[in-house]
Design a protein around this ligand. Structure first.
Ligand code: GLC
Length: 544
């Protein structure tokens, strides 16, 4: 398989909402012309793929995941011409674009739903899932448990209940209906024609329903995804699917099929365990979940993340682990949303620079493609007083000027208030200030991205965890073709020693990758290292 077709394995993905980035026309919302102006920033940062949250026509009750027209751009964000120009400009900088394919549901404002509810005899009735009895499918869990009491909502207009896995204003499409299946293939083709490089398949485990099951990961879903993939490959080359399947590794694995469904899937269960490992100062949570992580087809890849636009989800942990996470990371109950924690990376780490660096070392060196959430590269803060997940979606902080350089409108016209607290406020945390400070987190992140991009092994290599006696140290090798890395992470806030059995690399020389510093060669005896608090080493092992 050619290198270009595996581009997603070497990618560094940057997730953002166009709304949050840069407002070029003073309406209080970021827009495509604004984002296009900021592409140089992203190029210099070193990322090579942008994942955009939904920007389609929407009543904005779930930040655009409630779509009322799949083929229209929401007017606040610009026009189709602006979008296409953005894609062209991104490509000119070798940056790929992944957009959202929200298959599972529409907004209740979508004309399909409006028509469907207008009468039981409507031609669109069967586009959605209706029933007289709201007890049907009662083994399906409620995802937005803070807001919804049932997955059924009564529609007084047509006198039946409709099914929804998320908010009640997001009716689920009925994928048993071949017309729905085809309609979404049309949406896919429409966006492929704009030149985008891939799609995140939103909420993909929930497409079908079946009595007696939890209505997740049903076999029909995989049949449909294979069909969708065939469509993706039919006319276009090197386009990808990234599955959002918040499931255990064994249940995510089928979304990759035999390399003929999705190219990538998020590794949801790993994420909270990284946070547990650093707080417990113990490598067990990471080792355990990696042990359960199945082998995936050669042309597939995990997408790794620390934070994203949603709450730090705690669905893929035990109740005990969830209690631990709440106790450690959500002392203020306002930080809890549904089962998870609605905070950004920096506040979760109490703004601890070393901790933030260590988590990024893990994100960038474990097997997979790292996904950075916008603003986390400067250590942006959040605002847990804003409703739902809005507290982690505030405007990007460009400089210390009016509205953080995001927009010139009056502050009360911004789509969301800026972060203004003394620690994370935009006067202190912003791109301009950090660009001017050599040791800033932004510059550190740039460096890390650069180091990673020099070696294919990070995105493509296998992993072997090294056995040793200090549980506070997580050490592994990564290998791909003629590249071998040794990665050693100190999960503890104190200095730690470790003795690594590297006998099989006897005579090899470790080269520290951030400073290109040679260490003494590996010998017969265990290799002895000491690591400072929360520090890490990335070595290349060179054979002589
Ligand atoms: C996905 C999105 C989330 C959205 C939900 C419903 O989980 O990540 O933001 O609310 O789908 O569309």
């Amino acid at each position: 398989m050619g290198s270009e077709s595996l581009w997603y394995k070497d990618a560094i993905i940057y997730e953002l909402h166009v709304k949050t980035f840069f407002d070029s026309n003073q309406n209080g919302y970021g827009d495509f012309p604004g984002l296009t102006q900021k592409l140089d920033y992203l190029q210099v940062l070193g990322i090579n793929c942008i994942w955009l949250m939904p920007f389609y026509k929407t009543p904005l009750k779930d930040d655009g995941y409630d779509i009322s027209d799949y083929e229209e751009i929401s007017p606040e964000y610009g026009t189709m011409k602006d979008f296409k120009n953005f894609v062209k400009e991104a490509h000119r900088r070798d940056i790929k674009i992944i957009i959202e394919l929200v298959l599972n549901h529409t907004s209740d404002q979508h004309p399909w739903f409006q028509e469907a509810r207008s009468s039981r005899a409507s031609k669109k009735r069967d586009f959605y899932v209706w029933n007289d009895d709201p007890q049907k499918y009662n083994q399906a869990k409620i995802i937005f448990s803070d807001t919804e009491k049932s997955n059924w909502t009564y529609d007084p207009l047509s006198g039946q209940y409709y099914w929804h896995r998320f908010f009640s204003h997001q009716p689920d499409l009925n994928f048993d209906n071949p017309e729905v299946q085809q309609a979404m293939i049309n949406v896919l083709t429409f966006w492929l024609n704009t030149g985008v490089d891939g799609f995140r398949l939103d909420a993909v485990p929930y497409l079908f329903e079946q009595e007696g099951t939890n209505c997740e990961n049903l076999p029909q879903t995989h049949v449909y995804l294979k069909k969708l993939r065939a469509e993706l490959d039919k006319k276009f080359k090197n386009k990808i699917f990234l599955a959002e399947a918040n499931q255990w590794p064994a249940d995510v694995r089928p979304y990759l099929g035999n390399g003929d469904e999705c190219h990538m899937a998020f590794h949801f269960p790993l994420m909270p365990r990284i946070f547990m490992a650093i707080r417990k100062e113990d490598n067990t949570p990471i080792l355990e979940i990696m042990r359960q992580t199945p082998v995936i087809p050669d042309n597939c890849q995990w997408a790794l993340f620390l934070r994203n636009h949603d709450e730090l989800t705690l669905e893929m942990v035990t109740q005990e682990e969830r209690d631990y996470m709440h106790k450690e990371y959500a002392q203020d109950p306002k930080a809890i949303l549904n089962l998870g924690i609605r905070r950004r990376l920096a506040p979760l780490m109490n703004n601890g620079r070393r901790q933030m660096e260590l988590l990024n070392s893990l994100l960038f060196s474990l097997p997979g493609t790292p996904v950075i959430y916008y603003g986390d590269e400067i250590g942006m803060g959040d605002n847990i007083f804003l409703g739902d997940r809005n507290g982690v979606r505030t405007p990007m902080q460009w400089d210390g000027n009016r509205n953080a350089g995001f927009s010139t409108v009056e502050a009360d016209k911004l789509y969301a208030p800026l972060i203004i607290d003394p620690v994370y406020g935009y006067q202190s945390i912003n791109v301009e200030a950090q660009s001017m400070t050599q040791s800033s987190f932004l510059n550190w992140t740039k460096r890390m991205i650069r180091v990673r991009r020099n070696f294919k092994v990070f995105g493509r290599g296998n992993i072997e965890f090294l056995q040793h006696k200090n549980p506070k140290i997580l050490a592994y090798t990564r290998a791909y073709e003629n590249e071998t890395l040794l990665i050693v992470n100190n999960l503890s806030r104190y200095v730690q020693p470790v003795q690594l059995d590297l006998k099989r690399y006897n005579g090899w020389e470790p080269l520290e990758l951030w400073g290109n510093v040679k260490l003494p060669p590996v010998g017969e005896l265990p290799y002895f290292l000491t690591l400072g608090p929360h520090s890490f080493y990335w070595f290349r092992l060179d054979k002589h």
